[in-house]
Design a protein around this ligand. Structure first.
Ligand code: AHM
Ligand code: MG
Length: 330
């Protein structure tokens, strides 16, 4: 018998996956696929910069602070530029909003073909860069309402209206996780062929896992319920995992279960994480994977934001673990 190579390896690319998803909608024009391909191109470029950062001198502060008073790292600026440039050339993008920019950028109006708004945190967790910890890009895609004229108003939509959301984790490998409202798919960058390849479709977060992820150093300033939950978790054999990089912490929670939280603190009474490009896209992914996500009493996805950089408390993860925390918050 002649030797035969096993070609059963998975060769479904992100691009093909999104094209197949889009084909399920009879009225789809392909514009959406173009947007995801722009994000994927930017992600490959950011991944390269992150991996070579120390060699190319890109580690360190840029010397400026963003609108939120946070010091920008050189790589924050590089990542922002990569997304702006890749998305800026896509004809159907109306508005881009970034954690790094004070105001959203209007590229074109609805009457000129601007169908979508893309919101992103170009490099979340960037303050961890100098220690080689996983960092990530988070994005959310919304429809542009042609009747709304201010950029601020058009992007301030509750998360339930997201057309798609996802993140890219620049960790030991580069991982792309996306939902278009039909489950969650996970891709890994094959650096040799330069494509994100499907690793798992219809990803499900485990129902339970006795692990919590929170910056416990702030616990004495958390609202009472969180403190009582932590005392309960300590008494019940829970383990703790916290990287301090949202994409890495949420990704671990998605794959292995548990609960991730950023509660209100004395320093950040509204919570630290931003609604539109951190909490809302991560909530969409978690719910699509069968988990839960809350900001205060409400589902994160139902929160109505009023400002581009609005912050909210975040509680998300396995259904059973989120429910448990909520018992203490009631
Ligand atoms: P950034 O967007 O400025 O990088 O800040 C967000 C990060 C998240 O990745 C992470 O969950 C959180 O800040 C960690 O905050 P803390 O250091 O207060 O625990
Ligand atoms: Mg961030």
């Amino acid at each position: 018998m002649p030797m035969r190579h096993d070609f059963s390896e998975n060769l479904m690319s992100l691009q093909s996956h999104i094209l197949l998803e889009e084909a399920k909608h009879p009225s789809a024009s392909g514009d959406f696929t173009w947007i995801v391909s722009a994000i994927s191109l930017a992600a490959k470029s950011i991944s390269n910069h992150v991996r070579r950062a120390r060699l190319s001198g890109a580690i360190g502060k840029f010397g400026d602070t963003n609108i939120q008073g946070e010091e920008q790292q050189k790589l924050d600026v590089i990542a922002n530029e990569a997304l702006m440039r890749c998305l800026g050339t896509r004809a159907s993008v109306a508005v881009l909003a970034s954690e790094e920019d004070d105001e959203p950028t209007i590229l074109r109006k609805g009457k000129d073909g601007g169908k979508y708004c893309v919101l992103f945190d170009p490099l979340d967790g960037s303050s961890n860069l100098d220690t080689g910890v996983g960092v990530g890009t988070i994005f959310s895609i919304l429809r542009n309402d042609p009747n709304v004229h201010s950029a601020q108003a058009t992007v301030c939509q509750p998360g339930v209206r997201q057309v798609a959301a996802g993140y890219v984790l620049y960790g030991s490998s580069t991982i792309f996780v996306i939902t278009t409202g039909n489950g969650v798919a996970l891709f890994e960058l094959d650096p040799f062929i330069g494509s994100f390849l499907l690793v798992k479709d219809q990803l499900r977060v485990p129902e339970r896992n006795s692990v919590y992820s929170v910056n416990e150093a702030y616990a004495s300033t958390f609202p009472d319920g969180y403190q009582r939950y932590l005392a309960w978790a300590h008494a019940n054999g829970y383990s703790s995992r916290y990287i301090g990089s949202m994409v890495a912490d949420v990704h671990r929670t998605l794959l292995t279960g548990g609960v991730f939280m950023y509660p209100p603190t004395k320093k950040n009474p509204e919570g630290k994480l931003r609604y539109l490009y951190e909490a809302s896209p991560m909530a969409f992914i978690m719910e699509q994977a069968g988990g839960l996500a809350y900001s205060g009493d409400a589902r994160t996805l139902e929160h109505q934001p009023h400002k581009v950089h609005e912050r909210v408390p975040v509680l998300l993860g396995s259904r059973g673990e989120v429910e448990k925390v909520r018992e203490f918050l009631r």
